[in-house]
Design a protein around this ligand. Structure first.
Ligand SMILES: *Cc1c(COP(=O)(O)O)cnc(C)c1O
Length: 419
C-alpha cells in the first residue's frame, strides 16, 4: 500500500492530491489531513485489541476538528475529554456517552454535573478534594456516578519534561497510598460506582519500557485493591504512544509506534473480565496531518542562514514550547545541495521557529515546504498572536479535497471584541 504522504516524480502527494499544485491554488500556510492515514491509525489500534474487552478512546485535545472526530467515531473509537467543552463537542458529533471518559485536574462543579447528566463511561478523579465534590454532588442529585481514580504511579516516561505527567513532581493524579484510601472510602459510598484505575504517564513515548513499568504498576495495584474488596472492572492506561517525527516520506517507514508499543502494554494487563481503556491522541491523528508553508525570504547573517516562512509559532507551537522535532520536507524534491538553516516564522519572538540548525535544500522564496507530523497539537494549540488568523484545514480522501476549517478573517477576530 502506498503511504498516505509520498513522493511521486519528485512531488509530494497526500493520497492522490499533488500538494504543490494544490498549494498554488489556496492561501498558505494551511493544515492538510489524509483520511486514509487517520483511518489506518484507528484500524491498527483496533486490531491490537482484538479478543480483548477493549475501549480505545481518542484524546480530543490533540485535535478537535469535528470532521476528524466524526471519522474517528465512525472507526469505533470512544472519546477522552478533559473539559466540558470537549465533552460537548464529543456529544455534538455523536460519540456514544458510554464510550466517553473524562479526566482533568481542575474540573469545575458545572463540568462534573454535565458529565453526570450525560452518563459517561467514567469520571476520572484527580484529587481528594475533587473526590469529595463528586461524592457530594452524586448524593445531592441522588445519581450514581461511575468513577475511576487517576493514580500517579511515579514512573519516568523518558520524554520532554513538559509532557511527562506520571511523576510525583507533576500536578496530575493522586499518589498511590492516598488513592488506596480513597478507593476504600468510595467503595462504602452508595452513590459512587468504583469501577476503574486510570493512569497517564506522559506523551510522545517511543519505547515500550515506560509502558512495561506502567503495566506492572497497574497489575499490582488492581490486585491489591481487589484483595480489599474494591471491585475493579476496567483499567484505563492513558495515552502517550509516540509518532515518528523523523519521517521524510522518502521511504515507507512506520508513521507511528502503535505496533511497537501497544501489544506490549496490553499483553501485560489482559485478564478475564477486565476492560482495557486507552486514551490515544497523537498516535491517532498526529501522522495524518502536515503543515504546508511558503518560503517568504531567505536571509543570511554572518553566523546563520534563515528560511523565513509564512507559518509560525502561533500555528504550530510545539518546536518553541517543547523543543519538539518535526521533519521538514520540500513539496518539490528537485534540489541537489543542502545547507544548514533555521526555519523561522514572521512572529516577533526569538522563540518563533519551526526548526533549528536543520540541513535542508535551498528552497527559494515562493516555493513550499511541509512540516511533518503536525496533525496533533498543531491547530489545537494555535492562537491569534501577532493578530495572525487561525489557518485553514483541508481533508484529502483519494483525489478529493475539501475544506474542514475555514481560515479565520481579521474581520472574524475583530468582531469577537466588545466595543
Ligand atoms: C493528553 C492526554 C492524553 C493523550 O496523550 P497522547 O500523548 O496524545 O496520546 C491521554 N490522556 C490524558 C489524561 C491526557 O491528558
Amino acid at each position: 500500500m502506498t503511504p498516505a504522504f509520498h513522493y511521486k516524480n519528485g512531488r509530494l502527494y497526500c493520497e492522490a492530491l499533488d500538494l504543490h499544485a494544490f498549494s498554488r491554488e489556496v492561501e498558505t500556510p494551511f493544515y492538510i489531513f489524509s483520511k486514509s492515514e487517520l483511518e489506518n491509525n484507528c484500524r491498527q489500534i483496533n486490531e491490537m485489541g482484538k479478543g480483548l474487552s477493549f475501549l480505545p478512546c481518542y484524546a480530543m485535545k490533540a485535535n478537535y476538528n469535528p470532521t476528524l472526530l466524526t471519522i474517528i467515531r465512525d472507526m469505533g473509537l470512544g472519546a477522552d475529554v478533559v473539559s466540558g467543552g470537549e465533552l460537548q463537542f464529543a456529544l455534538k458529533v455523536g460519540f456514544d456517552p458510554q464510550k466517553i471518559v473524562f479526566a482533568g485536574v481542575g474540573k469545575t462543579k458545572e463540568e462534573i454535573e454535565l458529565a453526570m447528566k450525560t452518563g459517561i463511561h467514567s469520571l476520572n478523579i484527580e484529587s481528594a478534594q475533587e473526590f469529595e465534590l463528586v461524592a457530594d454532588l452524586a448524593g445531592t442529585h441522588r445519581q450514581k456516578v461511575r468513577i475511576a481514580l487517576r493514580v500517579n504511579p511515579d514512573i519516568e516516561a523518558h520524554t520532554h519534561a513538559y509532557i511527562s505527567t506520571g511523576k510525583h513532581i507533576n500536578k496530575f493524579g493522586i499518589p498511590e497510598r492516598e488513592a488506596e484510601k480513597l478507593y476504600l472510602k468510595a467503595a462504602e459510598n452508595p452513590w459512587l460506582e468504583v469501577a476503574g484505575i486510570h493512569i497517564h504517564i506522559g506523551s510522545q513515548i517511543t519505547t515500550s519500557g515506560p509502558f512495561e513499568d506502567a503495566s506492572k504498576f497497574m497489575r499490582e495495584f488492581a490486585e491489591r485493591l481487589k484483595k480489599q474488596g474494591v471491585p475493579i472492572t476496567f483499567l484505563d492506561l492513558g495515552g502517550g504512544i509516540g509518532i515518528n517525527y523523523h519521517n521524510n516520506f522518502k521511504k515507507d517507514e512506520p508513521t507511528t509506534y502503535i505496533k511497537d508499543i501497544l501489544p506490549v502494554y496490553l499483553e501485560g494487563l489482559k485478564s478475564p473480565g477486565m476492560e482495557l481503556v486507552l486514551e490515544l491522541g497523537r498516535a491517532v491523528v498526529g501522522s495524518a496531518g502536515i503543515l504546508v508553508s511558503k518560503v517568504l525570504y531567505q536571509k543570511e547573517t554572518p553566523q546563520k542562514k534563515f528560511l523565513i516562512v509564512d507559518g509560525a509559532m502561533n500555528n504550530l507551537i510545539r518546536p518553541s514550547l517543547y523543543q519538539a522535532y518535526h521533519e521538514i520536507v520540500p513539496l518539490m524534491d528537485r534540489y541537489k545541495s543542502s545547507q544548514v538553516y533555521d526555519v523561522v516564522g514572521p512572529v516577533c519572538e526569538t522563540g518563533d521557529f519551526l526548526a533549528r540548525e536543520r540541513s535542508l535544500p535551498p528552497i527559494p522564496a515562493g516555493e513550499y515546504l511541509a512540516v511533518v507530523g503536525a496533525g496533533a497539537y498543531g491547530q489545537a494549540l494555535a492562537s491569534n498572536y501577532n493578530l495572525r488568523p487561525r489557518i485553514a484545514e483541508y481533508l484529502v480522501d483519494g483525489e478529493e479535497v475539501r475544506t474542514i476549517f475555514k481560515q479565520e478573517t481579521i474581520e472574524d477576530i475583530f468582531n469577537r471584541f466588545e466595543r
